[in-house]
Design a protein around this ligand. Structure first.
Ligand code: NAD
Length: 503
């Protein structure tokens, strides 16, 4: 913990047994994965990977150069021809084999993810289960893509729509769900017949590298390449590379802007899944207990380092006190701890010292602006980057903490008096990833859901995802869709072939 951090009541449950979460020989090689093999990079630099629970260095991973990115793009380009010609059925079989391989190694992957991110095992296990499901879904979806029927739409001309892969797709992923966010890209991109160069977050490359190691014998060399290193070096090179046909990034708005700017030089396609600040609109007739119980998970899952987290409550003024009390009761039962401190641990540390300090800075500014921490409000004692689950009440309208992404275990509570005010204020944030509305009046629920500017809106629920349904944002949250058949659309292109039947 840093000297600047304010500490708050509450404890971090520490692991009691000295057994490590994962044996050191289970770590993946800390090298790039190019053309089906691990290899050292062109440079000599490496990056320390830190356990956010203990602040100890886990291992070193290569910090790549633009030359490494170029080598990976070359490998992906070479593999593209034959991979793009595989039949959907062949790709589906490989994706199903990958799903089985992940399932066989689910415990190892969960533990590795928990080690690198500090996230509770229950969260890491959910990530791995969702990753497996993504591969299974995309395996099926690749075989049932639909488009306009072939037919005559102009006299004597037969129109046929071909759906083609884009070619080489560059992918940049964040640290909050390292494996899952990589899989949300890899599964549809491969299913659509593209090859990939992926750069994981410099802080959390371990499960992505392990994925490459585990699936190396299932994919032809060059179809999936991983280059580790910094965003402005590797990510930027992928965005600018003339042989990369699309750049897909999940991360912050600033990084999204940076890749979109660079990508415009080669007019390549851009797919962006960026930040969020999901409003939770609670009307007076809502089931308040159900809303509070749901937000216990939806506001704090992955320690609030979740782009769709229900972190900004707008509750009708007549029920605000009652709701806040119920929320505090729920959130105060969350168990904070290290991943090995028990299967019931629900909240882990922030990913890094820098992010920990960022979250604490938000909390200090929020309280200085008049918001009251009715629960938590600061760091927790001891090693690691732990922040107490926090509920901020009496939050002034337009306070920065209600508009900016905090990305920690913090939920703000504001009040409103009319439906129009609730919708206007909910839509005030620059983000538009997710939102929820809580009411027992179905007409009101549907009306407000249709007026909220977000790619996903829940009615009487929050943060429930389905692999079959699209995920993605409006406004500053980006464009393009992950999950569902819409992702396959995004990672492929349509070509119209028209035959003159009269000749
Ligand atoms: P980040 O933007 O700092 O980093 C994301 C990735 O972008 C990293 O791999 C990083 O190296 C790379 N990057 C950074 N600068 C770059 C540049 N100039 N060019 C190319 N790549 C660059 O984000 P983060 O802190 O790792 O992740 C948290 C953010 O991700 C939050 O804003 C969160 O909301 C967002 N997120 C969104 C979704 C979604 O589905 N919309 C999902 C998960 C996370």
């Amino acid at each position: 913990m840093t000297s600047t951090a304010t500490t708050t009541s509450g404890t971090v449950r520490r692991a009691t047994e000295p057994t490590p979460i994962l044996a050191i020989d289970k770590l993946p090689p800390g090298q790039h994965f190019i053309s089906g093999e691990f290899r050292a990079g062109a440079g000599n630099e490496s990056q320390a990977i830190v356990d956010p629970c203990t602040e100890a260095v886990i291992c070193e991973v290569a910090q790549g150069t633009a030359a490494d990115a170029d080598a990976a793009v070359g490998a992906a380009l070479e593999a593209k021809e034959s991979w793009s010609r595989t039949l959907p059925k062949q790709r589906a079989e490989i994706l199903l084999a990958i799903a089985d391989r992940l399932a066989d190694n689910a415990d190892l992957l969960s533990r590795l993810e928990a080690l690198n991110t500090g996230k509770p095992l229950m969260v890491a296990e959910d990530d791995v289960a969702s990753s497996i499901d993504s591969f299974r879904f995309m395996a099926g979806a690749a075989r049932v893509t639909t488009s306009l029927a072939a037919g005559e739409y102009a006299e004597d001309h037969l129109s046929v729509i071909l759906r083609e892969p884009l070619g080489v797709v560059g992918v940049v992923t964040p640290w909050n769900y390292p494996l899952l966010m990589a899989v949300w890209k890899i599964a549809p991109i491969l299913a659509a017949g593209n090859t990939i160069v992926l750069k994981p977050s410099e802080q959390t490359p371990l499960t992505t590298l392990k994925f490459a190691e585990l699936t190396a014998d299932l994919l032809p060399p060059g179809v999936l390449n991983i280059v580790t290193g910094l965003g402005p070096v590797i990510g930027a090179r992928l965005a600018e590379h003339p042989d990369v046909d699309m750049i897909a990034l999940t991360g912050s708005v600033n990084s999204g802007r940076a890749v979109a700017r660079v990508a415009s030089e080669t007019v390549k396609r851009v797919h962006l899944e960026l930040g969020g600040k999901a409003p939770v609109v609670i009307f007076a007739d809502a089931d308040l207990a159900a809303a509070a119980e749901s937000l216990r998970v939806a506001g704090y899952w992955n320690s609030g380092q979740e782009c769709g987290a229900g972190c900004r409550v707008l509750v009708h003024e007549s029920v605000a006190d009652r709701f806040t009390q119920l929320l505090v009761e729920q959130v105060s039962t969350l168990v904070v701890g290290e991943p090995t401190a028990g299967a019931d641990v629900e909240i882990g540390p922030m990913i890094s010292k820098a992010h920990f300090e960022r979250v604490l800075g938000h909390l200090e500014r929020a309280q200085a602006s008049g918001a009251k921490a009715v629960l938590g409000g600061g760091a927790l004692e001891g090693s690691g980057y732990f922040v107490a689950p926090t509920v901020l009440a009496d939050v002034p309208e337009d306070a920065a903490c209600t508009l900016e992404e905090i990305f920690g275990p913090v939920v703000t509570v504001e009040t409103f008096s009319t439906e129009n005010e609730a919708v206007t204020r909910a839509n005030q944030v620059p983000y538009g990833l997710a939102a929820s509305v809580w009411t027992l009046n179905p007409q009101l629920g549907h009306d407000v859901a249709s007026r909220l500017e977000a790619g996903t809106v829940w009615v009487n629920s929050h943060l429930v995802l389905a692999t079959e349904m699209p995920w993605g944002g409006f406004k500053s949250s980006g464009y393009g869709r992950d999950l569902s058949a819409y992702a396959l659309d995004d990672y492929s292109r349509t070509k119209h072939v028209m035959h003159n039947k009269a000749r």
